[in-house]
Design a protein around this ligand. Structure first.
Ligand code: SF4
Ligand code: SF4
Length: 472
């Protein structure tokens, strides 16, 4: 029986509830009166249930779809302004004991190069990332208790936070590792991680078991209940995601929102972020084998509907997507993007030789961070390197209540401008710096609180004179 408060995966992601939701959405896809009612509800900016959101996703009335896109755009603007938070992935190891059929790191793949970074190699990678201007990383490893035990991940986190190189610093380390125990999540919390990210891949249990035929990840319940254990272990901020293309997108959409509802019901805090990866070509992986791939139009609709359904949850799009596609979805709800990513183990400090490739997937957007920053600013966005909330202990329910009160805006905007100023001083090309300084000057006018504005102005001047790391 469907129960969002239950701690059992098959009760909070109830298959029958999803099927009924999809049926309900399909039956009401031309129901203008109901769609209007749901859009009105969504205008209150308190989010939508998975059932209501599923109706919007299925809606096939052109005029109503335009309203849905316009509303997503407005919610994005109201909650996130024109700021886009920047990050990069850092792959520590691609040793993996699982058999995921869509990932080239599956244990049967004998022709991909297997690598695990030493602490010195991690230092080299992080210095290369710092020299680009990154401040926020997402750590990635395969699941392998022998090669990648929790102690290795913890040691790597300590190494990363400990690196002081010129003006660079990694100020937030998010972690994307396999589902683990409450005890290990507590250790990650104590190591000072930001968000714990774990993609569900698919919420459809039967497909999940086929797509994960071997290894510990085969256990659907253990994987799906991971966020509960993470929160029990003290991690406040968790990041959800599915790999679009594995199952029917409507099913995944309902499952994703039910997972968010479960976290809210059971822990009082919804997910901090939702990622929307689509399956990509990789060594040993042909995306055409997976027949549930979604086109760019459906992808845009998914982003818009997630934005409306969970306004307080950040949304992430990675370099899996092309510049063109990223451009399309940015204004519909995306609040974080990666830039200049390498999806290989190593590769930031020095490129991998052709015969030693270890990428998890092909990157579609291959631009440098400077190019991504300039591109965002030319579209009117503020690339933000802010990591303030986690460092000010504004996580979990403290973060959410600040968001819900609207006060977060007084932090995000000046923090974005101050961290962008740091980037311009330390890493930007002359052309990017010129565009950035004009943008900061314009955007300062949009800080409503005079006291905050005066402090931010003073800090900007201090950054130009060499000081770093200011935050609200
Ligand atoms: S998706 Fe993760 S668990 Fe599965 S094979 Fe790839 S690295 Fe391993
Ligand atoms: S102030 Fe907090 S919510 Fe805003 S950008 Fe910085 S870390 Fe994110």
């Amino acid at each position: 029986m469907y129960d969002p408060k239950s701690s059992k995966a098959e009760e909070f992601i109830d298959h029958a509830e999803i099927l009924e939701t999809l049926e309900y959405a399909h039956a009401n896809r031309h129901n203008a009166a109901l769609i209007d009612e749901i859009i009105q509800k969504a205008r209150q900016r308190k989010g939508l249930s998975h059932r209501d959101a599923a109706v919007l996703l299925d809606c096939d009335i052109d005029e109503k779809n335009q309203e849905i896109y316009a509303l997503a755009q407005q919610i994005k603007k109201d909650f996130y302004g024109n700021r886009i938070v920047m990050f990069a992935p850092l792959y520590l190891s691609n040793y993996c004991v699982n058999g995921c059929v869509y990932c080239p790191y599956h244990y049967k793949n004998k022709h991909i190069a297997r690598k695990k970074l030493t602490q010195q190699e991690i230092r080299d990678e992080v210095i290369a990332l710092q020299d680009m201007g990154h401040k926020r990383l997402a750590l990635e490893t395969g699941e392998d208790p022998v090669n990648n035990p929790i102690e290795y991940v913890l040691e790597s986190i300590r190494t990363i936070y400990g690196i002081k190189h010129k003006n660079g610093a990694i100020r937030r380390v998010n972690v994307n590792i396999a589902a683990t125990t409450v005890e290990n999540y507590s250790k990650l919390k104590d190591a000072g991680i930001g968000t714990y990210i774990l993609f569900q891949e698919t919420y459809h249990k039967e497909s999940y078991e086929k797509l994960h035929p071997t290894g510990p990840k085969h256990d659907y319940a253990y994987h799906t209940e991971a966020m509960d254990r993470a929160m029990t272990g003290g991690i406040d901020d968790v990041g959800l995601g599915v790999l679009f293309g594995l199952e029917l997108y409507r099913y995944e959409f309902a499952g994703l929102l039910m997972h968010a509802e479960h976290l809210e019901a059971a822990f009082g805090v919804g997910p901090h972020t939702i990622s929307v990866p689509r399956i990509r070509h990789a060594d040993d992986i042909d995306p055409d084998v997976f027949d549930n791939s979604i086109n760019d139009d459906i992808f845009a609709k998914l982003v818009a509907c997630i934005r409306i359904a969970v306004p307080y949850t950040g949304m992430i799009v990675s370099t899996r997507e092309s510049q063109k596609c990223r451009e399309r979805v940015l204004h519909l709800g995306i609040s974080q993007v990666s830039g200049a990513s390498r999806t290989s183990v190593g590769g930031y400090a020095c490129p991998e030789p052709e015969d030693e490739k270890s990428e998890q997937f092909d990157v579609a957007d291959t631009r440098t961070l400077d190019e991504v920053v300039l591109w965002l600013m030319q579209m009117g966005y503020i690339p933000s390197f802010c990591t303030a909330c986690y460092r000010e202990r504004r996580t979990g329910d403290r973060f959410m209540s600040l968001c819900k009160s609207g006060q977060i805006q007084n932090c995000c905007h000046p923090n974005a401008l101050m961290t962008l100023q740091e980037y311009l001083q330390d890493y930007a090309s002359p052309a990017t710096r010129t565009v950035g300084e004009a943008l900061i000057a314009r955007e300062m006018a949009h800080i409503p609180h005079p006291g905050v504005k005066a402090i931010a102005q003073d800090n900007l001047e201090k950054i130009v004179r060499g000081s770093r790391d200011f935050r609200f």
